[in-house]
Design a protein around this ligand. Structure first.
Ligand code: C2O
Length: 550
């Protein structure tokens, strides 16, 4: 294994999309940002230098950060942000992971433009558990706003209403020809016939889960969140913000006399407005001969894919149910078979009272809030991990994250009149190596919504899921402890639940939150504090000397 060095200069850059130019925050002037490539076992060192007038921090989404919590990146959780003119060097080793992950800004809404792929190749000499692809291509979904996204979120937080929805979805930063002024900003995937391509698909959109499909081609799912899965073939896939999915695309054996669209558009189950547009790219067979004199031949027929309708929850749950770990000798599924602690988290939307002399846009003049166990998480002014490490947690966080008992309650019934939430910075403390089972229940108090929950610092196994209220007397009997999918981000079904298990073998403070940025902003987030173990190799090392200060 080797060390891979990167320098990320955070810079402003003028970018034109949808006929309008705006100045965006980028890494090295690139949008989307540069690709990080490493092999399993490699050390990755990224020097981040902040040249913009915003605070920044970067997160390596899905990288386990074993004993390297200082490099995880969420602002005010594991570090203070890197201030304008300052720098910080993220250092971590890729342990036991190979596949596609990604990196993104983890402060305010800057991840709207600050993101890029992480490609982790298997160790030298270790093949994929599928035929070697002819080429590998990142396919990153994003969301584009004509307005400044920092202004949009601060406005939404002030008025307590929903933020403006995006103006376009993008593939690798490009909205595609279905949008105005965007024909030249169309992602084209040039392919040869009879070859297999590995698409490394990433959903970097802020607020929308997406369906994706390519006309007249099938997709073979082989990996999610940098874990191989039992391969299966599908016409369309679902990917939530935060998730990654590797698919094999095998092109037709002969040059087909047609052009093929690939499209992504949202899966939405909640109320309210959303960006109901479609991003299209073109799968373009490279010119085989003079007959196909120009690529994307306008004279050829055009095939468009069929995507599920925007609220197709049965497609979503069927698709998710097909995802299974390989669970073989080479790639075992180390599902915790016994559990030390069981937790039950309700997640969903609630409200805060509107401050006096203010008009709020939430339900009945309230302010929207989002919660875990009815606590809307408030980001502290100091970083939690530093406070914990230096023993100065007083005034920064409280260790009384509410434990709610598993008891029968109708979480999908009529909302109570009072949906007010409590606000606080509360962490849940667990000892090193605790085997955790966590049931995430969507409360549907203000409408049933699918929430993509992301856990930092761990992969977890999704051992069960269902609609309605979790039933502790019946549901555990149906858990899959053999080959459940292992991942870092999971869609909690609308008005339903998922059960996950993980071993807390990584000391540090680990953020857990909805990866819909609007819900994170409203407080649908919490933090686990995993204590050091007793042995010398079970302790979090001290912070690097250049760790930013608040
Ligand atoms: Cu991809 Cu805490 O996020």
């Amino acid at each position: 294994s080797i060390t891979r060095h990167y320098q990320f200069d955070i810079q402003m850059k003028n970018v034109t999309r949808l006929c309008q130019t705006k100045s965006i925050v980028t890494v090295n002037g690139q949008f989307p940002g540069p690709k990080i490539v490493a092999r399993e076992g490699d050390r990755v060192v990224v020097r981040v230098i902040n040249h913009v007038p915003y605070n920044i921090s970067l997160h390596w989404h899905g990288v386990r950060q074993l004993f390297s919590a200082w490099a995880d990146g969420p602002a005010y959780i594991t570090q203070c942000p890197i201030q304008s003119g300052q720098s910080y060097v993220y250092k971590f080793t890729i342990v036991g992971q190979r596949g596609t992950l990604w990196w993104h800004a983890h402060i305010s809404w800057l991840r709207a433009t600050v993101y890029g792929p992480i490609v982790i190749l298997p160790k030298l000499g270790i093949p994929y558990p599928f035929a070697k692809p002819y080429k590998e291509i990142p396919v990153i979904f994003g969301e584009w706003w004509k307005a400044d996204t920092e202004a949009i979120i601060s406005q939404a937080l002030q008025t307590g209403g929903g933020p403006n929805v995006s103006d376009a979805y993008t593939i690798n930063g490009l909205p595609g020809l279905l949008y105005n002024c965007s024909a030249k900003d169309t992602f084209k995937l040039k392919v040869k016939p009879g070859k297999t391509y590995l698409l490394r698909i990433i959903n970097a959109a802020l607020n929308d889960e997406l369906f994706f499909s390519i006309a007249n081609h099938s997709l073979e799912i082989v990996e999610v969140d940098a874990v191989y899965v039992k391969p299966f073939t599908t016409k369309a896939l679902l990917i939530t913000p935060g998730q990654t999915t590797n698919v094999l695309l095998t092109t037709h054996a002969q040059y087909p006399g047609a052009n093929f669209f690939m499209e992504a558009r949202p899966y939405v189950t909640g109320q309210g407005t959303f960006d109901n547009t479609t991003v299209a790219g073109i799968l373009e067979y490279e010119n085989p001969n003079s007959f196909y004199s120009s690529s994307f031949n306008k004279n050829l027929p055009l095939f468009k894919p069929t995507l599920p309708v925007f609220n197709d929850t049965s497609f979503a749950s069927n698709f998710t149910n097909k995802l299974r770990s390989l669970a073989n000798t080479q790639y075992p599924a180390n599902v915790p078979q016994t559990v030390d602690r069981q937790f039950f988290f309700t997640i969903g939307l609630g409200t805060n009272p509107c401050p006096k002399n203010q008009t709020c846009q939430g339900p009945n003049g309230t302010k929207f809030a989002a919660t875990v166990n009815n606590v809307s998480f408030v980001l502290p002014k100091e970083a939690l991990l530093q406070s914990h490490f230096s023993g100065k947690s007083n005034g920064v966080y409280a260790s009384n994250f509410p434990i709610i008992p598993l008891m029968p309650f109708n979480y999908t019934g009529t909302p109570p009149n009072n949906t007010f939430v409590t606000n606080g910075t509360k962490v849940l403390v667990i000892p090193f190596n605790t085997s955790v089972e966590l049931v995430l229940q969507d409360t549907s108090i203000l409408g049933a919504e699918s929430h993509p929950l992301h856990l930092h610092g761990f992969n977890f196994f999704a051992v069960g899921q269902g609609f309605g209220n979790y039933n502790p007397a019946k549901d555990p009997a149906k858990f899959n402890l053999v080959d459940p999918v292992e991942r870092n981000t999971i869609g909690v079904p609308p008005g339903g639940w998922v059960a996950i298990r993980f071993l807390a073998d990584n000391p540090g403070v680990w953020f857990m939150h909805c990866h819909l940025e609007v819900h994170t902003s409203w407080g649908l987030k919490m933090a686990w504090l995993v204590l050091d173990g007793n042995l010398p190799n079970q302790k979090l090392p001290p912070p690097p000397s250049d760790l930013p200060k608040c």
